[in-house]
Write a protein that binds this ligand. Structure first.
Ligand SMILES: NC(=O)c1ccc[n+]([C@@H]2O[C@H](COP(=O)([O-])OP(=O)(O)OC[C@H]3O[C@@H](n4cnc5c(N)ncnc54)[C@H](O)[C@@H]3O)[C@@H](O)[C@H]2O)c1
Ligand SMILES: [Fe+2]
Length: 419
């Protein structure tokens, strides 16, 4: 990146970092059971809601559990169950239309990030009837109180129930982008582990690694503060302790509940301190090919962390020590490399591939341009990269790239002491 653009990016990020303590973050109220829904609605004088979910949740019988609670409490509701993974502008507009037609007063969203983001996008459109979704792309473009949202995650996850962000895909342009504003933080979240016990192994692994990516990208960025670093450390600690347990035994209640907490904490961390190039690249892949978000992040995380090299050693080492992932006394460089090895090892043992089949060389320049537009100047990444430099990250993630299969660092398999 040229020096003038670097100065612009760092000045922009510095201004937001200085303003951080003044910004209106508000954590959602978290309840533990879907049976708490009627009381929340009563407290907010809401008697008519749009229930946003997807077909997977309908098939899994989870949507019916919410509908039963609503019917039992005499709440009027209309279900929208057509949200697609990487939710589209069409999804958002369909939900908005239903909301207006039915004279609804709030939203309940059940699902992974896709259903939760769809409801957040629709709520933003209700608050801002004259602004189309593309006009809200980026940060602080919504800026108006939204109708009440109760967000209920069934993956752990995106942390969307806690974040300032909704990520929407323009399916005509194959372009996926975040919209971030404080009003997008849902006022209520429900962490009911029983909704996650049936999550398939493949989704448990990749969505859990998405949560780790949130913690890691927030931590290595330049806008970390006391609150976000504590949240990222706790999230990483919980993922270290519980993700593999949840993966091997989906019915492990303690592991599932703690993964919801990890996902939530990681969401809070990146809401304050941003994500980085791993996410910007993953979003462009989701928009172009429909690559599942968690899968893209899981594969890219070790690759891009290695590519960052020296500039992330200090922070990664600190995160590794604070979270208990590395307990032996080593240099920052060695500790950071052991941390990246742990990520790779987790991916490997949960059957996550080391490269992404989807990526095509001819698409890379366009996707890199999208990633550049998303990340620069907003994300306070450890090392700035322009479009050309970002192209390399896609190539590193392509099938057949030898650099994606590095030799383990010295002592990786033997003699390493980890908790
Ligand atoms: N708003 C944010 O802060 C934020 C953060 C990260 C990611 N995201 C976005 O979230 C989306 C990804 O969300 P996701 O990874 O949670 O997946 P998802 O919501 O796309 O769900 C993927 C699939 O898993 C199924 N599923 C979900 N929970 C299930 C359960 N308990 N049992 C059985 N099936 C279940 C769904 O039906 C769906 O078919 C992406 O669009 C991503 O960009 C948003
Ligand atoms: Fe994510």
């Amino acid at each position: 990146m040229n020096i003038l653009r670097k100065i612009w990016c760092r000045t922009y990020q510095g201004a937001f970092h200085i303003a951080q303590p003044l910004l209106p973050y508000k954590d959602p109220v978290v309840k533990q059971s879907i049976n708490d829904i009627p009381e929340i609605l009563r407290e907010n004088n809401i008697t008519n809601v749009i229930f946003v979910t997807d077909q997977g949740l309908v098939k899994a019988g989870l949507a019916k559990r919410i509908e039963d609670v609503l019917s039992g409490a005499g709440i009027n509701f209309t279900t929208y169950a057509d949200t697609v993974p990487n939710p589209t502008i069409e999804n958002v507009e369909a939900v908005r239309k239903l909301y207006l037609e039915k004279g609804a007063q709030g939203f309940i969203s059940l699902g992974g990030g896709s259903a939760m983001d769809c409801a957040k996008g629709a709520a933003a459109r209700i608050a801002r009837p004259k602004k189309q979704i593309p006009q809200m792309r980026g940060i602080l473009k919504v800026h108006k109180k939204l109708p009440t949202i109760i967000a209920i995650p069934t993956t752990a996850g995106t942390g969307s129930e806690a974040t300032v962000t909704t990520v929407i895909t323009d399916s005509k342009k194959n372009y996926k982008y975040p919209i971030s504003d404080f009003c997008l933080i849902p006022p209520y979240a429900i962490h009911d582990y029983s909704l996650t016990t049936g999550l398939p192994q493949k989704m448990t692994s990749t969505t859990g690694m998405d949560a780790l990516t949130h913690a890691v990208e927030a931590y290595i960025g330049g806008s970390l503060n006391k609150t976000s670093s504590a949240n990222a450390e706790i999230a990483t600690q919980l993922i270290h302790k519980y993700l593999y347990r949840a993966y091997t035994n989906g019915n492990d209640a303690e592991a599932r509940q703690n993964m919801l907490e990890a996902s939530f904490r990681a969401g809070l961390a990146f809401s304050m301190s941003y994500v980085g190039y791993i996410h910007a690249v993953a979003h462009s892949l989701g928009g172009k090919y429909g690559t599942p978000h968690g899968l893209a992040n899981s594969v890219l995380m070790p690759i891009i962390l290695r590519e960052y090299g020296e500039c992330v050693y200090k922070k990664l080492a600190r995160l590794a020590r604070k979270s208990g992932v590395v307990t032996s006394f080593e240099s920052d460089e060695k500790t950071a490399k052991l941390f990246i090895d742990w990520i790779q090892e987790m991916n490997d043992k949960m059957g996550i591939p080391r490269t992404l089949n989807d990526i095509r060389e001819e698409d890379i320049p366009e996707m890199a341009a999208y990633a550049d537009a998303e990340a620069n100047p907003t994300y306070p990444v450890p090392r700035l990269m322009d479009k050309k430099e970002l192209e390399k990250l896609y190539r590193l993630g392509m099938v057949g790239n030898a650099q994606s299969h590095p030799e383990p660092v010295e002592g990786q398999s033997k003699g390493r002491k980890r908790a």
